[in-house]
Design a protein around this ligand. Structure first.
Ligand SMILES: [Zn+2]
Length: 244
């Protein structure tokens, strides 16, 4: 059974020279996986009445990390380390005196360490070696081990409750035209997230996952019920991966 439908731009399906030269690195693919799950979290919170009990951005990061460590275990270290290193890279490009303390997003450096903390706490025995580079103190790690199981138990309850209600709508996947469309399509990331979304009980019709040639990063649009991922964001992560 097909759980999601496609709307493919005809032009995007035609390989051409520019597209053939773009390679989506493993680093970029891993960062984008966490990014898409973060945006899916916004959709879930807003459409499926999941309580938002604190900063929504931090809660969306926590959902993405929960999902990766519980449902994508084989890939978890690569995805989490790529996402954390991407945030640390972005933090390194901002002087602390220019930090935005008033915006809705926690600082990149905090997002990196909080994500690594939750990852470690998901399975300290398995993941301790992966977070050595972050320099957590023993007390930090003890607190990560203490909080992660409670967070994950809460997420598991919410996700399993939603999944038991079953998928109710098709998830549309759209690729706009652009120099990266073919290369990004080959990663299958939108389809992967669409499969996850298809298990959830969207009440007002399905949602759309849309990759396009644009410069607005990634976001969930409540009015359009769409997660938009722009190719400029993927390009940024390809550059970061090459620089690290
Ligand atoms: Zn967000």
């Amino acid at each position: 059974m097909n759980y999601f439908t496609y709307s493919l731009c005809a032009l995007a399906c035609i390989p051409h020279a520019a597209a053939a030269e773009i390679e989506i690195s493993d680093f970029a693919e891993n960062v984008v996986t966490h990014v898409l799950l973060h945006e899916l979290a916004h959709a879930i919170f807003r459409e499926l009445d999941v309580p938002i009990l604190s900063n929504e951005e931090a809660q969306a990061d926590a959902f993405a990390t929960f999902y990766v460590t519980q449902y994508l275990k084989d890939e978890a270290p690569d995805i989490i380390l790529a996402r954390a290193n991407s945030w640390l890279f972005e933090d390194s490009e901002v002087s602390p005196q220019d930090y935005d303390h008033k915006g809705e997003h926690p600082l990149d450096v905090r997002r990196a360490y909080q994500t690594l903390c939750l990852f470690y706490g998901a399975d300290p025995a398995e993941y301790s070696g992966y977070v050595d580079f972050a320099g957590f103190s023993e007390r930090d790690l003890a607190e990560c081990s203490d909080t992660a199981p409670d967070q994950f138990a809460a997420w598991t309850g919410i996700v399993e409750d939603l999944q038991q209600q079953g998928g109710r709508a098709s998830i549309e996947v759209i690729y706009g035209e652009g120099p990266m469309a073919s290369a990004f399509m080959e990663t299958g990331l939108l389809e992967k997230v669409a499969e996850i979304a298809a298990t959830l009980p969207w009440e007002n019709g399905g949602i759309t996952l849309h990759f396009d040639h644009c410069d607005r990063g990634a976001f969930w649009s409540r009015t359009q019920r769409t997660i938009l991922l722009c190719d400029d964001y993927v390009a940024r992560f390809i550059e970061q991966g090459a620089a690290l």
